[in-house]
Write a protein that binds this ligand. Structure first.
Ligand code: 5GP
Ligand code: ZN
Length: 140
């Protein structure tokens, strides 16, 4: 996709700080890191979101994430890491070329990603039922 920044990065047409790559997947530093070392893992080919990715490629992105996470622990002394993926505008996706965030974490770094709540009485079972029905329809 000509107007996609991550396609241009993957093709070497835009600069980035590369940390690892395979034939089909590239890992490079996020330009606006949550912490130093925050890395993006992308397929070199264009897919908009997770829902468009072929299974094999998704698996390969997972493998690359794991290697990057290990390197963050070794090289930058991260004590933990978050793997994140924003899919669609409502979830905060800004760049519509599927990508995983590998974010190094440190003890007491003060980051709290998602506030959590509670179900109203009876709602948890109803939500579970709706999801089970959708998954059964998909044949997942
Ligand atoms: P998302 O789409 O998941 O919200 O995040 C896109 C991420 O890409 C952001 O964290 C942003 O900082 C990063 N980003 C956007 N443009 C560039 C770029 O040109 N170079 C690099 N290295 N990162 C980018
Ligand atoms: Zn793209």
């Amino acid at each position: 996709m000509a107007d996609c920044i991550f396609c241009r990065i993957a093709a070497g047409q835009e600069p980035c700080v590369r940390v690892w790559e395979t034939d089909r997947v590239l890992a490079f530093l996020d330009i606006a890191p949550v912490h130093y070392g925050h890395t993006l893992v992308i397929p070199k080919a264009h897919y908009d979101t997770l829902l468009d990715l072929p299974d094999e490629l998704w698996l390969e992105m997972g493998r690359v994430c794991r290697r990057v996470a290990q390197a963050l622990r070794e090289a930058l002394f991260a004590r933990g890491f978050n793997i994140g993926m924003n899919n669609f505008e409502a979830a905060g996706q800004v760049v519509f070329h599927a990508h995983l965030h590998v974010i190094p974490r440190f003890l007491s770094d003060g980051l709290h990603f998602f506030p959590q709540g509670r179900y109203l009485p009876g709602d948890m079972e109803k939500v579970g039922q709706r999801l089970r029905e959708a998954l059964a329809r998909e044949g997942a």
